[in-house]
Design a protein around this ligand. Structure first.
Ligand SMILES: NC(=O)c1ccc[n+]([C@@H]2O[C@H](COP(=O)([O-])OP(=O)(O)OC[C@H]3O[C@@H](n4cnc5c(N)ncnc54)[C@H](O)[C@@H]3O)[C@@H](O)[C@H]2O)c1
Length: 258
């Protein structure tokens, strides 16, 4: 029996590389999946076909996570279509790369609104429903090692992921009595998605990034997805408010490491 059979997952930013990998991994482990993203539906057709082939049900909703009412409506639609979401993965994010002194208020707000407000909207809407029904659940935030170390030209992103870390812990504290566990996976350099796009036309940048990682390699979206799924598994039912930092040792580097 697959370990997540009978569960319904809801994943924001699901048309992106890591969101799609999470959807595949949770489906493989038996969950039905509600996919949400700002992109047009055809962007997830191939992913949907893979999930169907795994014998799982899925739906796609176009939803902007910055809109709290739209996110609440998405959670309701997911419940009507697939069942109450019990595995919640706030994953949608953007990154603005701009020197601090040139960062506009609009760019600052965009990163904060999508990465932090968006995660709050989804986590809160889904948790409210679980509490109403007296059902347990798991929330797994997709954070970043950017919450560990200051990064040049990524101020808004780093601040959003730092905020996400504390949001994870506050949610974990208040939701524990309701049987809802809240944790965070914090990847380092992933050779896909946001940093994949930044490096995609530049093999030298990829090689430089890999060389900075103490274990000597970049991780894949599937590596991240496996850890998200791990935090949804029955075996991790004493873990809450935790950050699973999976950065290959990046954040261990000191100033003298170059
Ligand atoms: N790729 C990396 O190196 C890396 C490293 C650490 C953490 N992360 C985190 O992984 C998560 C997934 O990112 P990814 O790398 O797969 O990037 P991605 O760009 O492939 O996916 C992000 C998705 O979020 C969607 N999105 C953007 N704004 C949205 C909105 N307002 N509402 C709903 N959806 C929206 C995008 O359309 C996109 O499909 C993010 O939280 C990111 O911070 C990525």
């Amino acid at each position: 029996m697959p370990t997540l059979a009978g569960q319904v997952a809801i994943i924001s930013g699901a048309a992106g590389d890591i969101g799609a990998a999470v959807a595949r991994e949770l489906s493989r482990r038996g969950a039905d999946v509600a996919l949400g993203d700002v992109l047009e539906a055809p962007q997830v057709d191939a992913l949907g076909a893979e999930i169907t082939a795994l014998g799982r049900r899925w739906r796609y909703d176009r939803v902007d996570v910055t809109d709290a009412a739209a996110v609440a409506a998405w959670v309701q639609a997911c419940e009507r279509g697939l069942g109450t979401p019990t595995l919640i993965v706030p994953n949608a994010a953007v990154v603005t790369v701009r020197p601090l002194l040139e960062l506009t208020p609009r760019e600052w707000s965009r990163d904060l609104r999508i990465n932090l407000d968006g995660a709050f909207h989804l986590a809160q809407a889904a948790a409210k429903r679980l509490v109403e029904l007296g059902k347990p659940g798991r929330i797994v935030m997709v954070g970043s090692w950017a919450a560990e170390r200051a990064h040049r030209r990524m101020t808004a992103y780093c601040a959003s992921k730092g905020g996400l870390r504390m949001l994870t812990r506050c949610l974990a504290l208040e939701l524990a009595e309701h049987g809802i566990l809240v944790n965070e996976v914090a990847p380092g350099y992933v050779n896909a998605g946001l940093s994949g796009k930044l490096m995609k036309d530049d093999p030298a940048a990829q090689a430089r990034a890999a060389a900075r990682v103490p274990i000597g390699r970049l991780m894949s979206a599937d590596d991240v997805a496996r850890q998200v799924a791990h935090l949804c598994e029955p075996g991790t039912d004493h873990l809450t408010g935790a950050t699973l930092l999976m950065d290959g040792g990046l954040s261990l580097r000191g100033a003298t490491d170059g």
